[in-house]
Design a binder for this molecule. Structure first.
Ligand code: PLP
Length: 410
């Protein structure tokens, strides 16, 4: 435990996150806060867990005398968070595929300007799903996977969830002054990863009244919490939105909540997510959803491009705070929730904390559309678009990608 504490101290420093609090609350209104989770190296909340993971990997690999090759697919935030966490780490290489030309210019510059020997950017001629299919194909080749020690860092990685649980506690302690008090969180969601950590925090005893799940136009989760029907979308039904990190067709961490909702009946969960989803693309828990919403304190809402623009604008005009498009989905849905559930003004008052999932500079074009001004850019990212880029282009061909990995490992 002393080693773990040392790794945490090394990971979460004032020098990297800019404040002693690491995840400070920013008050927008009385009892309405943003929790800053995006001041890490890549300006999105994924750093909070990934930075720790990088240090855990380095520690454990060196203890075992092993190496690890992380192979992943990204549409933007996950890839850069993984690369900044693993760059220069002993025993770890990263091979990150991304769809050529599809990430924002800032996101491309963030990843491709890394010159570390152990970081390999692979731009695939195709879309994100082509990249993910490559990851699946490589993962399904057990011999290749074993020979080249292939691993992943996707959002179902339990260590990532564990690290995320901690900032729910940190937010709670900042917004309250007595153990009897409760808080609510609104969480911008795609894969149900971030909000799943909130669910775990509550199961551990943190006094959370409501976890409000905020989706964009890809409203698989909002639909579930309203109706009890979980209906995954096909690739063609998945909208490309201005909060792109939440553009998902199915929510990969969601099974973890359903497991609790069904009283940890693993066989039933397996049936629902296996046969049932495979056959009909949906399952129906409508008879239990109202009770589950109450028992576990879940609510949900959705947000659109127009809502995003309006929320970015009003938050800037009223509070002088610029928020990114994903955080805007959270703020919009939180306001809507509070309008429907007015809070008493006494000791029973429950503060609302919206998780800030990225900084506006990552999604500058929508900010300009909403405000007519460019978002501010942290000094370390000044002019990164002009830096030399380190990336190889490849067709969406498993054999070609495998050959590249094999060569880099030999
Ligand atoms: C990944 C991401 C999300 C979605 O988080 P999940 O845990 O997958 O639900 C939201 N906003 C931003 C900026 C992200 O990078």
């Amino acid at each position: 435990s002393a080693d773990l504490l040392a790794l945490c101290r090394k990971t979460y420093t004032e020098q990297v996150y800019g404040t002693k609090d690491i995840v400070p609350l920013k008050q927008l209104e009385d009892g309405f806060y943003l929790e800053a989770l995006s001041n890490g190296p890549t300006l999105a909340f994924k750093d909070m867990a990934m930075q720790l993971l990088g240090n855990l990997f380095e520690y454990e690999l060196s203890r075992r005398g092993e190496t690890l090759n992380i192979f992943g697919a990204t549409s933007g935030d996950t890839g850069s968070a993984a690369e900044y966490a693993m760059r220069g780490k002993r025993g770890v290489r990263v091979f990150m595929t991304s769809p050529a030309g599809r990430m924002s210019p800032f996101q491309q510059a963030q990843m491709f300007s890394l010159m570390d020997e152990n970081i390999h950017n692979i731009a695939i001629e195709g879309v994100f799903d082509d990249c993910q299919d490559l990851v699946k194909a490589v993962s399904n080749d057990a011999a290749f996977k074993a020979k080249y020690k292939i691993g992943t860092v996707n959002s179902i990685n339990w260590a990532r969830l564990l690290a995320q649980v901690v900032y729910y506690f940190a937010g709670y302690f900042q917004a309250t002054n007595k153990d009897e008090q409760k808080v609510s969180f609104t969480v911008p969601s795609g894969n149900f990863g971030n909000v799943c950590a909130g669910h775990v925090a509550r199961m551990m005893g943190l006094p959370i009244q409501t976890l409000v799940v905020a989706t964009n136009e890809n409203d698989v989760l909002d639909e579930f919490f309203k109706t009890g029907v979980y209906r995954v979308r096909g690739t063609v039904d998945t909208h490309e939105t201005s909060s792109p990190s939440m553009d998902i067709s199915k929510a990969s961490n969601f099974e973890r909540f359903v497991f609790d909702m069904l009283n940890r009946d693993g066989a039933r969960v397996k049936l629902l997510f296996g046969e049932q989803l495979g056959q009909s693309g949906q399952f129906d828990l409508s008879s239990g959803i109202a009770a589950a919403r109450t028992q576990y304190g879940f609510a949900s809402g959705r947000s659109t491009h127009a809502d995003r623009l309006a929320t970015i604008k009003s938050t800037y005009e009223l509070h002088g705070v610029m928020i990114d498009t994903h955080t805007a989905d959270g703020v919009k849905v939180a306001h809507e929730f509070l309008a429907k559930h007015p809070q008493p003004k006494d000791a029973e008052f429950v503060p609302m904390i919206v998780l800030e999932t990225a900084l506006p500079i990552k999604f500058a074009s929508t900010i300009v559309e909403a405000l007519g001004v460019e978002p501010s850019r942290p000094a370390q990212f000044e002019g990164i678009e002009a830096l030399p880029k380190r990336v190889v282009n490849m067709p969406a061909d498993v054999a070609v990608v495998k050959a590249y990995i094999a060569k880099a490992c030999d």
